[in-house]
Design a protein around this ligand. Structure first.
Ligand SMILES: Nc1ncnc2c1ncn2[C@@H]1O[C@H](COP(=O)(O)OP(=O)(O)OP(=O)(O)O)[C@@H](O)[C@H]1O
Length: 568
């Protein structure tokens, strides 16, 4: 994480120096003012006071200006580092998007609040700590010069206010602050569930239960924050008390040591300012306890090894590409963790020749989507090789692989823009004729004709304003418009009525031209049109062949076919 700050080390140093200088000017201001007041009471000539008058003015102006410079430089570093860090966290989340797909809320919370917390590490913990240490030492030195005995009292006060009080804040308030941070994260996930899944929760009558869980989280958060605030109030009061006691004690020691009234005033006021500089350490300690878990999570996310990138990527051939799987095994992290030893793909050997139209079928969880994701490089095999056009995907440029293997995945998104804009994302230079051809194949054309603004109708975020079937047609049309070398379609006709679904599937499998097609479907009625059908079961290819041949022999495919006949 430090690497995000490193490019701005000079600015951070400047912010630290400005902060320290501002504190020292504050110290100088008070010391000079104390000297001036005490000396003026002795009614010397104006000449004897003029240097102190200039010093007071100078310190006052410098303190304000330096504090401003510190804030400016500190925030500049923090915001630049945050922008960098956000980019890296985003990349890390994107690289692991399949692992995180089931925990969107968590990922979002991590992205936003954890990274924000890192900002406090710099601004509210590191910079005040540096300024406190330097100012504390300077305060002791000034007191040692004015009245040596008093310096011990000031040092004691500084230790109490700068070490003991922050430790108390860390131990008691920090625990509550850490609890508050964890609760805040839980609340964010629950709020997201309520917002994004509101419609489903209402349908299943579960809104009340989920809202109650969110309220419970909010109450626990409130409770933790109340404790945090109480501790913060307590330690602030203790800090002020210590500040007063230190100043009074130092003055008393100075008087007893026979210091003159000017030295006593300087000691007392210097003690006040020096201890004041260390008072923010208590809230810094409390905040540190809160932000440490967040920064550890960010560090862990960033430390996860990035997907390896080949140094000299091998180019993919042009045109439709053959797809080969050689002993491919894929295991998701969750499956690895629960030691069940199950693989999403378990030793898959497969060859799909270029330009072939292949259907992939199997029961739910058989590994169909994982097979498609392995082709596009979205999931990496634990062992085995995936080849595209004869090239090992692991040695190709991931960007090139992603643009060669495109289509319709289960988490495809409809953007809040026009229907045309949604389609053109796949092919920005598409002509109207190409748009219409893709829309016709996906049965989107009749939908567009019925929309008030036709192609320029704005559809809402996530496809609001479209029915499920219309959304599906739009996503399919976008996939077809892309016309990549390998087209992967995951349940492209899922939300459509069976007759239209079969019609579209048949057409997708027979229309001439286009790239190699791998089409995942759970409806088998139209699969006579496929060049080949691949049957997956628990991560293994258990059968493959033409529809009619597979139906002619007992096995998984015939079982699927019979259960489809029963349900229809
Ligand atoms: N992101 C993930 N994290 C953990 N396990 C996953 C993830 N995605 C899939 N799996 C697991 O991998 C196995 C294969 O899943 P996959 O989605 O490939 O099956 P599928 O045949 O496409 O299922 P469906 O027809 O229900 O979409 C399943 O056991 C599933 O639970």
């Amino acid at each position: 994480m430090w690497s995000a700050v490193r490019p701005y080390t000079a600015r951070l140093l400047a912010a630290g120096l400005a902060g320290v200088a501002a504190e020292l000017c504050g110290l100088g201001l008070v010391a000079a003012a104390a000297w001036l007041i005490a000396r003026a009471a002795q009614q010397p000539g104006l000449a004897a006071l003029s240097l102190a008058i200039v010093a007071v003015r100078g310190f006052a102006v410098a303190k304000g200006s330096l504090r401003y410079a510190e804030r400016l430089a500190g925030h500049d570093v923090a915001l630049r580092a945050l922008a960098e860090l956000r980019g890296r966290v985003f990349d890390a989340l994107a690289a692991r998007r399949r692992d995180l797909a089931s925990r969107d809320g968590d990922a979002l919370t991590r992205m936003v609040s954890d990274v924000d917390a890192v900002q406090d590490l710099l601004l509210r913990c590191l910079l005040p700590a540096v300024a406190a240490v330097v100012c504390g030492v300077a305060g002791v030195v000034v007191c040692a010069v004015a009245a040596p005995g008093a310096a011990f009292v000031v040092a004691g006060g500084l230790l109490a206010a700068g070490v003991v009080v922050p430790w108390v804040a860390w131990a008691s308030g920090g625990r509550a602050a850490a609890r508050a941070a964890a609760e805040r994260e839980r609340l964010a996930v629950r709020a997201l569930d309520l917002l994004e899944g509101g419609a489903e929760l209402a349908v299943f009558g579960a809104s009340g239960r989920f809202a109650a869980a969110a309220r419970e989280s909010a109450a626990r958060l409130e409770d933790a924050e109340r404790v945090t605030t109480r501790v913060a109030g307590g330690v602030t009061a203790a800090g002020f008390l210590l500040q007063g006691l230190t100043a009074a004690g130092a003055a008393w020691v100075a008087v007893n040591a026979g210091a003159d009234e000017v030295a006593v005033a300087v000691v007392a006021l210097t003690a006040l300012v020096a201890v004041e500089a260390v008072l923010p350490l208590a809230s810094a300690a409390q905040r540190l306890r809160e932000v440490l878990p967040a920064s550890r999570r960010v560090a862990a996310l960033l430390a996860a090894p990035p997907p390896p990138r080949p140094e000299r990527p091998r180019p993919l051939p042009r045109g439709p590409l053959a797809v080969d799987f050689l002993g491919v095994r894929v295991a998701y992290d969750d499956a690895r963790d629960d030691a069940s030893g199950t693989y999403a793909l378990d030793g898959v050997d497969l060859t799909v020749e270029r330009g072939r139209r292949v259907a992939v079928v199997g029961a739910s969880g058989a590994g169909k989507s994982t097979l498609l994701a392995a082709i596009s490089g979205e999931v990496r095999p634990e062992s085995g090789t995936v080849r595209l056009g004869g090239q090992d995907v692991a040695f190709c440029d991931p960007g090139e692989v992603r643009s060669a293997v495109r289509g319709l995945t289960q988490d495809a998104h409809v953007f809040a823009t026009t229907v045309r804009g949604n389609l053109m994302l796949a092919r920005p230079d598409a002509t109207q004729a190409q748009l219409e051809a893709a829309a016709r194949r996906a049965r989107l054309l009749e939908v567009v004709d019925g929309l008030p603004g036709g192609w320029d109708t704005v559809v809402g975020e996530g496809g609001r304003g479209l029915s499920g079937g219309q959304r599906q047609r739009l996503l399919l049309a976008r996939a077809l418009l892309a016309d990549p070398p390998v087209l992967v379609l995951d349940e492209p006709a899922e939300a459509l009525d069976p007759a239209t679904a079969d019609e579209i599937t048949r057409e997708l499998l027979t229309l001439p031209g286009g790239g190699t097609l791998l089409l995942v479907t759970h409806r088998l009625a139209a699969l006579a049109a496929a060049d080949e059908v691949i049957v997956l079961d628990r991560g293994k290819v258990v059968q493959r062949g033409r529809h009619e041949n597979l139906l002619g022999r007992p096995g998984a495919y015939r079982d699927l076919w019979e259960s489809e006949l029963l349900t229809t």
